[in-house]
Design a protein around this ligand. Structure first.
Ligand SMILES: [Zn+2]
Ligand SMILES: [Zn+2]
Length: 424
């Protein structure tokens, strides 16, 4: 379990929260329940799990939760929440509310605190009192809300998806230009996964079958390149052998397409790992830094920008190299890297591994303004790791990316031309 002074990565906390919500909804008297707080907002680091549950039998729910497996300590606090400490150290606050105030409580506990204060201010302008206990008119009458969208309609605001609800988010009046935000339903395919050809645990054919199973139309294989010998990097001979397998599988499955890519190391001097004719033979190239992390910021920035100027480099992989709660990223001037990506037409990866979530969503907002395109990449090393996509998607949604800014939402022919747009 990832533990760091009460901090957990989203990838640990979210699945646990899902299980608790599932358990809650099975209890008698429970009408609705959902994750709130920073998990719902898709933050990469989580302090605690927050859940809102609407129940007509709160005592029974408290009893059931207290005896749930994995609970080390349970305490009823302030007359409205059950605080659980789980055996892995995670703290879980469960707000148990009357069903008629559920929506208001869900908005309230989703936060952030600063964002909720803005909503309360907006409510006050309309003579409504918005608190965790509901929305009340001047005469004390409770306003009934069936869905969160009703809450925003009531305040004459555009709906903000939970991932956008941070302290610095501006509320927008209903009817103002509203760009749609990308979601998992928009995804037509993914690139950047590993197989047993390098350090993956699943076979190429199994990865492709699992991607197809998810309803995707294409999958881009990107095993490690030859310098990454610690990760089973591919020799030129192995690249050719893998290509033959890809071609064979594609011939057998014309309705699904495996793209032949590579995750090429960016060598310390900014050059790539294969001669040009090999690079040219790939459908796409993800270029990533995996070594010489201690270069100066100036050298690292120059190194990455040189790689992006290579016309065969399609995507810049995990641009800062950070490992959440484990390792800071290398020293690099991300502003310059983003500008160079925009200028060279290089796509920037949102690496969806819950340890990476790199490029950080805060930087993605800046990159988006410069017209950079993004690839939400699972970097899956096994079939199970396709699940990473939900974390990368949360980051993309926090950055407010629209479907058109994310290559995964394009059809196969469209994505092929995006992947080749830098080529001579
Ligand atoms: Zn990598
Ligand atoms: Zn990778």
């Amino acid at each position: 379990m990832q533990r760091n002074q009460g901090q957990f990565i989203l990838g640990v906390a979210w699945p646990v929260a899902d299980l608790i919500v599932e358990y809650i909804t099975l209890q008698p008297g429970v009408e609705r329940a959902a994750i709130a707080g920073s998990i719902r907002r898709g933050l990469e680091i989580i302090q605690d799990i927050e859940i809102v549950a609407a129940s007509t039998a709160p005592e029974a729910l408290v009893t059931a939760l207290t005896s749930m497996q994995g609970v080390e300590q349970a305490e009823w606090q302030d007359g409205n929440k059950l605080v659980l400490i789980l055996t892995n150290g995670l703290v879980c606050r469960i707000y148990i509310v009357n069903p008629e105030v559920y929506i208001a409580a869900l908005v309230y506990y989703t936060g952030s605190a600063g964002y909720v204060a803005k909503l309360a201010g907006q409510a006050a302008k309309r003579n409504l009192l918005f608190t965790a206990e509901g929305v009340r008119a001047k005469d004390g009458q409770q306003v009934m809300l069936a869905e969160e969208s009703d809450f925003y309609t009531m305040l004459k605001l555009n709906y903000d998806q939970p991932e956008l609800r941070e302290d610095n988010t501006k509320l927008t009046p209903a009817g103002e230009i509203f760009t749609p935000v990308v979601s998992l339903q928009n995804v037509q395919g993914v690139v950047h996964v590993h197989t047993t050809y390098s350090d993956g645990a699943s076979r190429l054919a199994d990865m492709a079958a699992a991607a197809k199973e998810r309803g995707w139309h294409y999958l881009g294989i990107a095993d490690h390149s030859k310098t990454a010998s610690y990760a089973g990097g591919l020799s030129i001979e192995t690249v050719k052998a893998q290509r033959r397998e890809i071609e064979k599988l594609n011939a057998e499955n014309p309705e699904f397409r495996i793209l032949a890519g590579i995750e090429s190391d960016i060598l310390p001097d900014g050059s790539l790992d294969y001669p040009e004719e090999i690079l040219a033979s790939f459908d796409f190239v993800v270029a990533s830094v995996h070594s010489a992390f201690r270069q100066s910021e100036a050298d690292m920035t120059k190194r990455i920008i040189k790689a992006m100027r290579n016309s065969y480099v399609t995507i810049l992989g995990h641009p800062t190299g950070r490992l959440l709660l484990r390792r800071k990223g290398y020293a690099v001037n991300i502003g310059e890297v983003i500008a160079a990506a925009a200028q060279s037409g290089t796509i920037i990866e949102i690496n969806s591994s819950p340890y990476r979530l790199d490029l950080d969503w805060r930087w993605c907002r800046l990159a988006k303004e410069q017209g950079v395109l993004f690839a939400i990449n699972p970097d899956a090393h096994s079939v199970g790791e396709f699940e990473h996509m939900r974390y990368g998607m949360a980051a993309a949604r926090k950055a407010g990316l629209s479907p058109s800014q994310v290559i995964n939402t394009y059809s196969l022919p469209e994505v092929m031309s995006l992947l080749h747009r830098k080529r001579p």
